[in-house]
Design a protein around this ligand. Structure first.
Ligand SMILES: [Zn+2]
Ligand SMILES: [Zn+2]
Length: 165
């Protein structure tokens, strides 16, 4: 995950738009995150005096499991970030950092951290996923089950009682 910016650094331009498809080949990272191996990066690098800043967005696709019906599905997430570009990483700093080496921005650590920290914890395969029948374990998105009629909504029970009286 690198971008060469030496031309930008030696030019008078104050900002550089970036649009890159980053290929991730870190096997451990991929197995921890279930990412498909591609990260779309868009953003802009700014010069400010001696300093360099990078604001952008990463977008990635990963295998996820629905919290309601437990089905595996492809999920996409998007995270905005703001980073400083430094010649040497400062481990004391809380800021997101990319390292500049020989005119190339090295983003691996910063982007991996960002993704680790901001992946959604609980996702649904669709916003109206019906989930699993708590009684028989059938996936209610695909089929209905026998016991469905026995499960009633407490709100309707109240209503039924009112109607009886
Ligand atoms: Zn689901
Ligand atoms: Zn059931």
């Amino acid at each position: 995950m690198k971008i060469k910016i030496s031309k930008f650094l030696s030019s008078d331009a104050l900002s550089l738009k970036v649009k890159e498809n980053l290929i991730v080949d870190d096997k451990e990272f991929l197995s921890n995150t279930n990412l498909d191996g591609n990260i779309q990066l868009t953003g802009e690098i700014f010069k400010s005096g001696e300093d360099l800043y990078f604001t952008g967005t990463v977008k990635y696709t990963f295998k996820d499991k629905c919290a309601r019906c437990l089905k595996e599905f492809e999920n996409t997430a998007e995270n905005k970030f703001q980073a400083i570009i430094v010649p040497k990483e400062d481990e004391e700093s809380d800021e997101m950092q990319f390292v500049l080496k020989d005119g190339t921005v090295i983003m691996d650590e910063g982007i991996k951290q960002l993704i680790y920290l901001s992946m959604p914890m609980k996702s649904l395969c669709s916003k109206d996923c019906k989930g699993i029948c708590p009684n028989c374990g059938v996936n209610l998105n695909n089929e209905s089950c026998q016991c469905e009629n026995h499960l009633t909504d407490p709100r309707f029970d109240k209503l039924k009682n009112l109607l009886k009286n």
